[in-house]
Design a binder for this molecule. Structure first.
Ligand SMILES: [Zn+2]
Ligand SMILES: [Zn+2]
Length: 438
């Protein structure tokens, strides 16, 4: 089945589940704005719409979208989410409350923007039981079509289950011409897939986590466009940008079908989440999600490279406590996550002595993971972030994030495995020097 053919379908999958794709339409077309009234009318019956945007996305698309909808007989209202301290809006409880108070009654919400605007609108619309659609303005991350939103709550990067958009609109020339660091961020986010899939298989083999091969392979046909030709991303070649944008949309759909972020997020994402959380502790700015994930992916890939050389496992002692001094005010919630992981890590230590399980994991993992030199080449050639300086971070801060990132989530990843096998903490400096410095 073609990827477009998947939209708005329900099908029985080889994984044993019946999957339902709640996203009904993806309109990637130069006339996407003009088609808003027709497509939305085919999905919802009412004609009251509320548009959300930030200052920039209002100017480039929101304002025209409103005019076109009004001309077609829709009654419209709009809300512009203000910038904070001269920076982009953020998705946290404060902005949620602000938007929730302002949101008028409507038949549908239309988010015009990318990460934060999409997440905020999705979240508020879900709590109002309001359908929502998104007019995407950049290929920045794979959250558009995911059922989850990822707000920062009391300083902690969290995940809230909501509902994906019923339709996604985008104008190819707008996506192609978006500020380049946004596109490069989308590339970093999607390059994570080989390592996050290996982490998913790791959880499947050692902890019986549900695994769907179909969802894990959904974007495989799109990957060569950007993975094998990163220069096309740098040169804003329309076919490569379209492949990247669609890979982001369909990896979001894969997460929605599976019900977790496992198809697109593993240990590599922890680096980005940790850097974001460090910002809530000390106020030092972090970078875009996908740019940080690109570095996380390089790190994870270098860890896998070392793991694949281990034929006989030796278990090392690893701490069951978090570093409370490092986490400061976040220590309690971080500790709660890490505690929940401990029984699983104990199971892992036992199962690692089973040579058969280990070999099964090595075989499956080697099939998935791309070596660090390939990832490095791809990020560098595409003009994406690949060193700590690129993400505005010092050597020490990156090192701190790397050595604490396994503490923030209850789901085990390759990073926990690296601690148990004695690869970490020792290899952290070598990997930073070899892969993340120049
Ligand atoms: Zn499935
Ligand atoms: Zn991501």
């Amino acid at each position: 089945m073609s990827l477009e053919g998947l939209l708005d379908t329900t099908f029985d999958c080889e994984c044993g589940r019946r999957h339902n794709v709640p996203v009904k339409r993806i309109i990637y077309s130069e006339d996407a704005l003009e088609r808003l009234p027709e497509v939305l009318s085919s999905i919802v019956s009412g004609r009251r719409i509320v548009l959300t945007a930030d200052n920039r996305t209002w100017d480039i698309a929101g304002c025209n979208a409103e005019k076109i909808l009004e001309r077609a007989g829709w009654s419209t209202e709009h809300i512009i989410v203000p910038d904070i301290d001269h920076g982009n809006p953020v998705c946290n409880e404060k902005t949620y409350d602000w938007l929730s108070d302002k949101l008028p009654s409507a038949d549908i919400a239309l988010a015009v923007g990318s990460g934060v605007i999409n997440d905020l609108t999705k979240w508020v619309a879900f709590d109002r039981d309001l359908p929502y659609a998104v007019f995407a303005t950049a290929a920045t991350m794979n959250g558009y079509t995911a059922a989850n939103v990822a707000p920062t709550l009391k300083g902690v990067k969290s995940l809230i289950r909501t509902r994906p958009p019923i339709a996604v609109f985008a104008i190819p020339s707008m996506i192609v011409e978006a500020p380049f660091e946004l596109t490069a961020s989308g590339l970093g986010d999607t390059l994570a897939k080989p390592v996050s899939t290996a982490d998913w298989i790791f959880n499947h083999i050692f902890f019986d986590e549900y695994f769907c091969r179909y969802c894990s392979e959904m974007i495989n046909t799109l990957e060569p466009y950007y993975f094998d030709h990163p220069e096309d991303i740098k040169n804003r070649q329309p076919d490569a940008i379209e492949a990247l944008f669609k890979a982001l949309l369909y990896s979001g759909i894969a997460m929605t079908l599976v019900g977790t972020s496992a198809p697109a997020s593993g240990g590599e994402h922890l680096l980005s989440h940790t850097l974001d959380m460090m910002t809530s502790v000390d106020g030092v700015a972090h970078d875009l999600h996908g740019r940080q994930v690109g570095l996380g992916t390089l790190f994870s890939s270098a860890i896998y490279d070392r793991i694949f050389r281990i034929e006989d496992t030796v278990i090392h002692a690893s701490s069951s406590d978090i570093d409370t001094t490092f986490w400061g005010p976040l220590a309690e919630s971080v500790s709660r996550q890490y505690e929940q992981k401990q029984p699983l890590l104990q199971i892992l230590r036992e199962k690692l002595t089973d040579g058969q399980a280990w070999r099964a994991f090595l075989d499956a993992g080697r099939d998935q993971v791309r070596p660090p030199d390939q990832i490095k080449h791809c990020l560098r050639t595409a003009g994406a972030a690949h060193t700590f300086k690129d993400i505005g971070c010092s050597h020490g801060r990156l090192r701190d994030a790397i050595l604490h990132m396994h503490e923030i989530r209850k789901r085990p990843t390759v990073i926990d495995l690296a601690w148990i096998l004695g690869i970490l903490p020792g290899a952290a400096d070598e990997i930073i020097d070899q892969w993340l410095t120049t």
